[in-house]
Design a protein around this ligand. Structure first.
Ligand code: SAM
Length: 224
């Protein structure tokens, strides 16, 4: 059952997070939601009431939910994992907020052109099987003047930066070891550098991007 649930499929570069793996991620991530609340606060500062926001690959939905708690925004989430769509819907109901969590692929979005004011994608872009397709879709579904914000790990993150981030997650000893291993050996090799993002963005209708760096990650801003 686990093996079947974890077989990769179109859209995700590696293992699709279904079943027990999705539950494990949702439970561990919930240990420390401070980064989600901080990101939601920064994003909300740029939004007006009624803004239409899309989170691409929200997983358990913590960022979308934190954002919906901050103001009257129309928040939508799109994830390729059926398990995460179910978990995120339950989390939204439990939090008492309305977020439209949908199933779908970042590189083939089920939305009309020019729909969203802002798109955010956190800790997920490196997993996309078709990253340039995902950027093209972000451009298509953004309204003119809208912005996409991608927050993700950087490929040149050091082991020390990874260890510091895992410590901040406040996990059990075993989960810390597993998470650190996954960061070093699965996620970092899939991640991109600033130069990679600049090259990818240049091949899309965005034409380019602005990148800011911290020791573990990158923030990429793309304007339509
Ligand atoms: C590590 S989780 C991050 C979840 C969430 N953004 C967070 O910060 O907790 C990566 C997410 O990317 C999703 N994903 C991977 N490939 C995808 C694709 N092609 N389209 C949509 N979602 C995708 C996975 O299902 C998973 O929810």
């Amino acid at each position: 059952m686990v093996a079947t649930a974890m077989v990769g499929k179109k859209g995700d570069k590696g293992i699709v997070m279904e079943g027990p793996l999705a539950n494990w991620y949702a439970k561990n991530t919930a240990n420390n939601l401070s980064d989600f609340h901080a990101d939601a606060g920064r994003i909300a500062n740029c939004l007006t009431a009624g803004a239409r926001v899309l989170e691409v690959a929200p997983g358990p939905g913590y960022l979308s939910i934190a954002l919906a708690q901050l103001g009257p925004y129309q928040v939508t989430g799109l994830d390729i994992s059926h398990s995460f769509v179910r978990i995120a819907r339950t989390n939204a109901t439990n939090a008492g907020v309305v977020v439209d969590f949908r199933h779908g692929d970042a590189s083939d979005m089920p939305f009309a052109a020019d729909t969203f004011d802002l798109i955010v994608c956190r800790a997920a872009f490196k997993n996309f099987a078709d990253p340039i397709g995902a950027l093209r879709e972000m451009h298509r579904v953004l309204r003119a003047g809208g912005e996409a914000l991608i927050i993700d790990m950087r490929r040149d993150a050091t082991n020390a930066a990874i260890d510091e981030s895992v410590t901040a997650m406040k996990l059990s000893r075993l989960d810390s070891l597993i998470t650190s291993f996954i960061f070093r050996h699965t996620l970092r090799p899939r991640a991109y550098t600033t130069a990679d993002f600049q090259r990818m963005a240049a091949t899309t209708p965005f034409g380019g991007c602005q990148v800011s760096e911290d020791p573990l990650g990158l923030e990429i801003r793309l304007r339509k």
